[in-house]
Design a binder for this molecule. Structure first.
Ligand code: TXA
Ligand code: MG
Length: 323
């Protein structure tokens, strides 16, 4: 069973030796390995059951340390870095020869970010290499936002989890790249398109519907509980339709459980805060998925700002369901 610890030096020892450590970030926990060691990287794919054509993000402590891993550092990157790093923004940049093939799955761009978590930043500062880290869940399952959720899913397979407490923002980073010089969002996330537009002076395009190999995390059947799950705007209607089943409900700010019999109802934010919804969503999905329910109903967020990223994940979480 994985050791759960706050000790950065022990984590460094495991990583230096080519082992895996789950690390906290402000978004979700990552399953980290030495980003320059193909053998260590191979273990990430094996442990998650992740297809090898799905590329990995490299995590760094500083902008200067990214430089050797990219062949170009456009001026816009410096503006974005000044505004958002450390933070939940991942950039797709032309890679240099220093990046192992397995990181980019054969693509010519590498995904890089500086995460905003004090423990992980301190760890990265002590390492002589970046950390490759996908979310620390079995491929296709919900991303973990608490150390105990990493332990529950991968604890038997990895030696160590660095305990940074619950993740503050709770959904994965926004992925931004450039298509023929034009900025494009490949995965919506905590940092909104509007916030990026304000810094770049131009609104990025959206690749939300893309299911191409370019970002396999964007394919369907991701972020999904094992319990049949439906994301909906019409919670009451779904409750009515599924009466008699053992149902768990996750809503944003209002409850429905007094009108129908439900096994469990979680209101994520009585004030209707999307930040709070994002922060608690995955942990609540883990909790309900462990309850042996027939069905999980999740209410969509209002589709503005961060609500877009939340709803993107909710759509993908419910694709396993065939009524
Ligand atoms: O918030 C996050 O980004 C978390 C934390 C741990 O940093 N990481 C994360 O990693 O969500 P992962 O592997 O679960 O999702 C990364 C996504 C995948 O959909 C992958 O396909 C895409 O980024 N990606 C990585 N490198 C890429 C590349 N070179 N080109 C296109 N997409 C890429
Ligand atoms: Mg993931």
């Amino acid at each position: 069973m994985a050791i759960i610890t706050k000790d950065i030096l022990s984590a460094k020892r495991v990583l230096d030796a080519g082992g895996l450590v789950a690390i906290p970030t402000e978004t979700v926990y990552g399953l980290a390995a030495k980003g320059t060691d193909p053998t260590a990287l191979k273990q990430i794919f094996e442990t998650k059951g992740r297809p090898v054509n799905n590329p990995l993000i490299l995590h760094f402590a500083t902008l200067e340390s990214i430089r050797p891993f990219v062949s170009e550092m456009p001026e816009a990157v410096k503006h974005l870095a000044n505004n958002f790093w450390p933070g939940p923004l991942t950039l797709l940049l032309p890679k240099s020869k220093k990046v192992p093939e397995v990181i980019t799955a054969g693509h010519d761009r590498v995904a890089v970010r500086i995460p905003n978590h004090p423990l992980t930043l301190e760890l990265l500062q002590k390492l002589e290499y970046p950390l490759a880290a996908p979310s620390a869940n079995p491929s296709g399952y919900i991303s973990p936002t608490r150390p105990e959720h990493v332990a529950q899913q991968l604890g038997e397979k990895i030696p160590m989890i660095l305990d940074g407490g619950p993740c503050k923002s709770g959904i994965e980073s926004t992925i931004l790249g450039w298509d023929k010089e034009l900025p494009a969002v490949y995965r919506p996330g905590t940092i909104t398109t509007e916030e990026i537009a304000a810094v770049l002076g131009t609104t990025p395009q959206t690749h939300q519907k893309s299911t191409t190999i370019l970002a396999p995390g964007m394919s369907l059947s991701h972020y999904a509980p094992r319990t049949p799950t439906i994301a909906t705007i019409a919670v009451l209607k779904e409750l009515e339709r599924h009466q008699g089943k053992k149902i768990g409900v996750i809503t944003l700010k209002s409850g429905f459980g007094d009108q129908f019999l439900v096994e469990k109802e979680v209101i994520l934010s009585p004030q209707g805060s999307l930040q709070e919804m994002a922060q608690k969503l995955y942990a609540t999905m883990y909790e309900l998925d462990a309850m042996d329910l027939d069905l999980i109903l999740i209410e969509f967020a209002p589709g503005e700002g961060m609500g877009k990223a939340i709803n993107d994940r909710l759509k993908r979480s419910s694709t396993h369901y065939n009524p």
